[in-house]
Write a protein that binds this ligand. Sequence first.
Ligand SMILES: *[C@@H]1O[C@H](CO)[C@@H](O)[C@H](O)[C@H]1NC(C)=O
Ligand SMILES: *[C@@H]1O[C@H](CO)[C@@H](O)[C@H](O)[C@H]1NC(C)=O
Ligand SMILES: *[C@@H]1O[C@H](CO)[C@@H](O)[C@H](O)[C@H]1NC(C)=O
Ligand SMILES: *[C@@H]1O[C@H](CO)[C@@H](O)[C@H](O)[C@H]1NC(C)=O
Ligand SMILES: *[C@@H]1O[C@H](CO)[C@@H](O)[C@H](O)[C@H]1NC(C)=O
Ligand SMILES: *[C@@H]1O[C@H](CO)[C@@H](O)[C@H](O)[C@H]1NC(C)=O
Length: 593
Amino acid sequence: MAKVNRSKIGLSLLLSLLLCYFITDLEASSSHQDLDQPYRTGYHFQPPRNWMNDPNGPMIYKGIYHLFYQYNPYGAVWDVRIVWGHSTSVDLVNWTPQPPAFSPSQPSDINGCWSGSVTILPDGKPVILYTGIDENKSQVQNVAVPVNVSDPYLLEWSKPPLNPLMTPNAVNGIDPDRFRDPTTAWLGLDGEWRVIVGSSTDERRGLVLLYKSRDFFNWTQSTTPLHYEDLTGMWECPDFFPVSTTGSDGVETSSFGQDEVKYVLKVSLIETLHDYYTIGSYDREKDLYVPDLGFVQDETAPRLDYGKYYASKTFYDDDKKRRILWGWVNESSPAKDDIKKGWAGLQSFPRKIWLDESGKELLQWPIEEIETLRGKQVNWHNKVLEAGSTLQVHGVTAAQADVEVLFKVNEIEKADVIDPSWTDPQKICGQDESSVKSGIGPFGLKVLASKDMEEYTSVYFRIFKSNDTNKNTKYLVLMCSNQNRSSLNDENDKSAFGAFVAIDPSHQTISLRTLIDHSIVESYGGGGRKCITSRVYPKLAIGENANLFAFNKGTQSVDVLSLSAWSLKSAQINDESISPFIEREDAHSPKQF
Ligand SMILES: *[C@@H]1O[C@H](CO)[C@@H](O)[C@H](O)[C@H]1NC(C)=O
Ligand SMILES: *[C@@H]1O[C@H](CO)[C@@H](O)[C@H](O)[C@H]1NC(C)=O
Ligand SMILES: *[C@@H]1O[C@H](CO)[C@@H](O)[C@H](O)[C@H]1NC(C)=O
Ligand SMILES: *[C@@H]1O[C@H](CO)[C@@H](O)[C@H](O)[C@H]1NC(C)=O
Ligand SMILES: *[C@@H]1O[C@H](CO)[C@@H](O)[C@H](O)[C@H]1NC(C)=O
Ligand SMILES: *[C@@H]1O[C@H](CO)[C@@H](O)[C@H](O)[C@H]1NC(C)=O
């Protein structure tokens, strides 16, 4: 177990922050990348080494942000001996690594400490509910509590002997392999806690089981699940939270302001490996969630992200009154490459998430703190992207950048009518964009591009006339992220990703924001209506050799009303060398209780 000198923490943190600003400034110009590690990121959350998957129990406590994560201390691939990795931050951008919060140690979690969530109790104390794999390989729900609630870093956690709190058994009909990922709990009007746990039946009915408790420790399963949907398979990593109908501020999970909130249920479908959400209402009397008309909690529901993105989780940031979303961004490389580079898995850049005015979709945007990393800026105003043109954006570190573009389409009526068989945006985006030529588009960005375009990842729009005359919108805006030419290495998953963005290009401009970070490209279309994250591993377009272009392959010109691109400095992400209070062995020998 880590021996920590607590009196030094404040000073260490201050020192680390100071150091961090110095170091990042120095590194910004040369880019911090190690030539052996061209795919390590500059500002995305990742542990110093090894495997990471789901974000767990994000919270803010006494002014310190915490992120726990599924972590394998033994290597760069997933392992049953998974532990809760832990890092802390004062700004959600720079992160200090901490010893793992807990590891398998009890009969109720001896085969793994899997995902879970934090609930802040009314007295301000945080409690973790997480899934343990017990000595009989059954999934059970456990609790962990901080040892010292005066410690804002919450370095030590203990597991009361009463674990497990919830178990599957023949009576409740829950399969021991399909019972996991408790959410943040919320208080009912009756003063009882509620929490949901992901599950499915043998007939592939996906569901979120509801449990209730007076004291947070003795939980009773409710006779009806909070929600279910047939033929959807296992629902992993559910997330259930209120969103305001009157603005972009977040709402605390137990809030009772029922008139001015809608509810969001997100589930991660194991059968498709995507995160889907519905918007609806929560009947507090019957403890049922009812999606709004038009939403079904299956793979037809909108996704939080249409690319590599899974097992996401939100938390309410009481300091800045916002809800923040984290999501696991998997590799696209074969395991042998992950082992070679010694790590696997990123977290998406934290996103603020809120309900659009229409009440029909969620909006996401990188948290404002990203602006603290912005360095050199390049601006374009009112540039015309002629048909068939490609313009280079000079003057930013193209491998580590933040780009915002506002496009305006002129002769919108020249858009092609969409082929009625093209219903799957991912398939349309998989068409070879270098040979596709349509009326309007493809137009957008080529990022992580080599000088001669042997490699690039393209993020672009195509605009079609709707074939369905009954539709209100006459035009369809397709957003794509195409990885086909992202790397000369053909062993990576280069699937294309795509989504339709619900905006009207005959009246509205089309915005694109793209965060580029060496091996990750996170794009926000239409002001955060649709997000697409991809992982790419260029061989040529690395570091200084990466370039950024705007392009238009369509037969009609498109205006760039504005383009702003910033070089981004490296954040201090879990750099062990500036965390003197952590013993190095911790990364290799998770602490035991
Ligand atoms: C595992 O199974 C054995 C035999 O059925 C039982 O005695 C034991 O209590 C089980 N362990 C747990 C943690 O449920
Ligand atoms: C608990 O944490 C506080 C604040 O870091 C510290 O002052 C105190 O000594 C800690 N208590 C114990 C028992 O470690
Ligand atoms: C747990 O709660 C249930 C339902 O409220 C109650 O019947 C039971 O007695 C409680 N058990 C303990 C050990 O408190
Ligand atoms: C993660 O990526 C690997 C490699 O592309 C893939 O085989 C695996 O199915 C992915 N897992 C998830 C949960 O996305
Ligand atoms: C993918 O790129 C290759 C060249 O690297 C090209 O031959 C092929 O047509 C492209 N396929 C798609 C679907 O874009
Ligand atoms: C829409 O698609 C149908 C079926 O392919 C076709 O017959 C019709 O002409 C199309 N409508 C327009 C406006 O292109």
